[in-house]
Design a protein around this ligand. Structure first.
Ligand code: PLP
Length: 407
């Protein structure tokens, strides 16, 4: 008899954003004229940079001619994009990486989920609470999370609590962990670590032979000097860290799909026979077997993000969302509520008033103000009592929503 991977039965059946959509649909059915402003989901609203679209059009035209047509490409990405990434995102910023340490992909969701393939099931995983749900769900699917308790916590996961009491700077684990997920600027809290704070994690990983999986999907939103753009700004990180990046939020590629993962050649782990194994080689083996590469035309679109025109357009996109975040944050603070993030991030994390639960406040905003946010508890228990506002909306809608809130 066929056996299924029963780990799938242990994870909640529906995804947070499906629950939110269902609530919106139900409300809309009962209130068809309601003008609902969505500030929940983290999808961008501004179109792609013209530079990227033009590059995609040109690359598409190449497909009409057998001399320039492209079939299967290198699974790890074309050299033109790997070279552009390594130059612009790292070498120009004094980070010494090489193109063969960059693995182009269809995005940071797939990579941060799939990376577990190269790690044993017995590893002890630490992740922040709250966090981007993909980390916990993919570990649960792999059987690495153990069993989920009545409190919603998994038996084999070490939770790194992140809340207002510790200024959203989680403490180092008290016990030894093997794999640590860090996401900065953080989804959902919008908060960051300084270089010194991140260095403590790199030092911990070096002392404990752990690996850090550093999700920098929101790197482009960093405005403050002391916030590292890459974990490789920290000395010694190349020996202990893998970094995920994405063109989704940076350049509006949420539908077009492109991201990349950095696996330094200096990153090795001891196998059970004592040999040093290169994670760069393991990930290459994994990707060349299970992934067929990001489409050529999309990679040309991503390459154009690094052109002079592309850089200008991306800067304008990021500033647009950051301006929205500023409007949200100051409106919420004016109302006397505590708001976090929004300075180096498109997300503003808000403490609910009067000790309201996350879903209770979500329902209140939906029904009384026709505003959609994301209930913080959907990102983990420590998110209870918070909601997340996303600045990925049209400015006019943000202004209207904040006006409604203040009334
Ligand atoms: N990592 C974090 C922290 C995210 O919030 C998201 C998307 O919301 C992703 C990764 C996924 O990015 P991509 O669109 O590249 O898959």
């Amino acid at each position: 008899m066929t056996k299924i991977n029963e780990n799938f039965l242990k994870i909640p059946a529906s995804y947070l954003f499906s629950d939110i959509s269902r609530k919106i649909t139900e409300y809309k059915e009962q209130n068809p004229n309601a003008d609902i402003i969505k500030m929940g989901i983290g999808d961008v609203t501004m179109p792609l940079p013209t530079a990227s679209v033009n590059a995609i059009i040109e690359a598409t035209k190449e497909q009409l001619d057998s001399a320039t047509f492209r079939g299967y490409g290198p699974e790890q990405g074309y050299d033109f994009l790997r070279n552009a990434i390594v130059k612009n995102d790292f070498n120009d910023k004094n980070i010494d990486l090489e193109a063969d340490e960059i693995f182009v992909s269809d995005g940071a969701k797939s990579d941060s989920g799939n990376i577990g393939d190269i790690f044993d099931k017995e590893n002890v995983v630490a992740l922040s609470n709250p966090s981007y749900p993909v980390y916990i769900d993919t570990n649960a699917m792999a059987g690495r999370a153990g069993e989920v308790g009545e409190n919603g916590l998994w038996s084999n996961i070490v939770y790194l609590n992140s809340n207002a009491e510790n200024s959203f700077v989680p403490e180092l684990p008290k016990t030894k962990v093997d794999i640590i997920y860090l996401c900065y600027p953080n989804n959902p809290t919008g908060t960051t670590l300084t270089k010194d704070q991140l260095k403590k994690w790199v030092d911990y990983a070096r002392e404990n032979n752990s690996i850090i999986l550093f999700d920098a999907a929101y790197e482009a939103f960093i405005t403050e000097d002391d916030v590292p753009h890459s974990i490789y700004e920290i000395e010694g990180a190349k020996q202990v860290a893998i970094e995920f990046r994405s063109f989704s939020k940076t350049a509006g590629f949420t539908g077009t799909r492109c991201g990349y993962t950095v696996v330094p050649k200096a990153l090795t782990v001891k196998a059970s026979d004592g040999s040093e194994v290169s994670l760069n080689k393991l990930w290459l083996r994994r990707q060349t077997t299970k992934f067929n590469g990001t489409p050529y035309i999309v990679q040309r679109g991503a390459e154009a993000v690094y052109s002079a025109e592309g850089k200008k357009e991306v800067k304008a996109l990021i500033n647009y969302y950051l301006e929205n975040a500023k409007i949200i944050k100051s409106a919420i603070e004016e109302m006397g509520l505590s708001a976090y993030g929004g300075i180096n991030s498109p997300y503003v994390w808000v403490k609910t008033p009067d000790k309201m639960g996350s879903w209770e406040f979500f329902d209140y905003l939906l029904t009384e103000k026709n505003i959609v946010c994301t209930p913080g508890v959907g990102f983990g228990l420590q998110g209870e009592g918070y909601v997340r506002f996303s600045s990925f909306a049209k400015k006019e809608a943000v202004v209207t929503a904040m006006g409604r809130l203040k009334k």
